[in-house]
Design a protein around this ligand. Sequence first.
Ligand code: SF4
Length: 343
Amino acid sequence: MTKANGEAFVQIRNLRKDFPIRIGMFSHVRLRAVDDISFDIPKGATMGLVGESGCGKTTAGRCLLRLIEPTSGEIRMGEHNLTDLKSEQVAQMRGRMQMVFQDPGGSLTPRMTIGAILREPLDLHTNLNAHEKDQRVRQLLSQVGLQPDHLTRYPHQFSGGQQQRIGVARAIATHPDFIVLDEPTSALDVSVRGQILRLLTQLQEEMGLTYLFISHDLSVIKHTCNQVAVMYLGRIVEIGSTEDIFGSPAHPYTQALLSAVPIPDPAQRGKERLKLPGEVPSPIDLPPGCRLYSRCPYRRDACLEPGPPLLQVGESHKAACILVDENVRLGGGNTPAALSQLA
Ligand code: SF4
């Protein structure tokens, strides 16, 4: 994990993304995939965005880079308000903000050689001459641990781990400031995941990169991120430092996510665990108030009121649960047992 300075470099405020969903021949309903999320990422830091499949984390990541248009909200990167930029201006900024995709094979054009794939962003976003581009492409291969003779090969001639190294090389080609890493290791064999994570950390240190790391894998998030935001059905339900989220999770959903992680240490296996019953509700038929209501063992009538907002748990630790507010005021711990005392 890279140390970061505290100044916000990426700032997200009240970001929303709606998709129209067609129902029958003539009517539509609105699916709110991302609902009013806000967070900051300091320069050189990694923010983890974690949650189950379908919680809106990938949609949020794509909105941040304006690969898809947000419905409302503000996205700032350094001195730029990205939401104010026209599409031509966003295209000019593209070299400064990049994405590494989950499926490395699918994200590389199969008919292009690796040399052509790495040269493409240099053609689009830099003024380098042909010789400088050749030098940069060779430097990129070396930076990600590949060999010069790989330049003339095609994506299918590489393993999944090597394909992801090529994806990373393409993302850093134009010296970006900010990269969204969308499940960058989840399609890889366990044996190569650590290598890719070490490569990403090394490049972050060398280049001062700021990352948004999207993952459903809590162990990866724990070892790579400075801060973590937990999403459920489009909303951030808890946000804090990695120590806060993993050491004293305050929201029942975060506690349930952590409870589902296998515990390798036999001495720790007796620890209290929280399981949520039932299924995740349909995102086009959401419950009023807290979205965890139908599955939460601590629910009460007040949870059906609009909200709850993110409430302060610690200095930079917030959770969207009314019991957390009561618990903090009463000076209790954030364990499931402490919360159940309040329920
Ligand atoms: S607000 Fe209520 S339903 Fe939601 S997580 Fe807290 S206790 Fe559970």
